[in-house]
Unconditional design. Structure first.
Length: 234
């Protein structure tokens, strides 16, 4: 089962170093063997051939358009999708532009733009843990099996809350919020086989040898997709 890890791989990004450990943990603990391919944002052609697409942390990316395109392919082709940290941000950017028709930018990438969908957080979350409240009945709440979860961040940008209602009207569900100020931390797309993005980094959970529930759920969705594709009924 091939998954595309979309992002610009770097030894200085902790989550990138953790991902191989998680792939091994998924194999040993969950019996799910994923074959990961690192795909740079500068060349995202052929993503529709993968069984899963994961936009990993590590912004600013070399090519914003490549990250946005990866989210579009996953959404339109109904390929299981996970976006973490910057992957969350660029998923929102894709949805805002291509579903909601908004002409918006990411403040980290286009500082001179007029309208920002992603803006600096009031307080940077880089290096912090924060409690997230999960909306009952949503995918993330079902995955975690609990109404709250403490998660790790390496992030300084989040959703401009002025656009939250517009994205929700387009069909996106904001299913996790910071316990302290209510700002968005998780988004998902109902009706899609698996389309989930988190501002937090599940890659940083524990010591990396036990898959975070979000990553296990994504891997299971990849398995279902691959099985259906093999049977000719994706």
């Amino acid at each position: 089962m091939k998954i595309a890890l979309v992002g610009d791989r770097s030894p200085s990004v902790r989550s990138h170093a953790r991902i191989p450990l998680m792939m091994e943990a998924l194999r040993e603990r969950d019996g799910i063997a994923l074959d990961p391919y690192w795909i740079p944002t500068t060349d995202v052609t052929g993503l529709d051939a993968f069984d899963g697409i994961w936009i990993v942390p590590g912004s600013p990316y070399r090519d914003e358009a490549g990250a946005v395109e990866a989210a579009r392919v996953a959404r339109e082709q109904r390929i299981p999708f996970l976006g973490t940290c910057a992957g969350f941000q660029h998923m929102l950017l894709e949805f805002a532009r291509h579903v909601c028709g908004l002409d918006v930018a990411h403040a980290e990438n286009e500082q001179g733009a007029r309208d920002f969908l992603l803006t600096p957080l009031a307080c940077s979350l880089a290096g912090h843990e924060n409690l997230v409240r999960l909306t009952p009945g949503t995918l993330i709440e079902q995955i975690m099996g609990t109404p709250t979860t403490m998660e790790a961040y390496v992030c300084s940008y989040g959703l401009n809350e002025a656009y939250q209602q517009t994205l929700a009207a387009g069909g996106l569900v904001f299913s996790g919020h910071a316990a302290d100020d209510g700002t968005v931390r998780v988004a998902e797309l109902p009706g899609h086989p698996f389309f989930l993005a988190t501002l937090f980094q599940p890659e940083l959970s524990g010591d990396g040898r036990r898959p975070h529930p979000v990553i296990s759920a994504f891997a299971a969705a990849v398995g279902r997709y691959a099985e259906a594709a093999y049977a000719g009924t994706p």
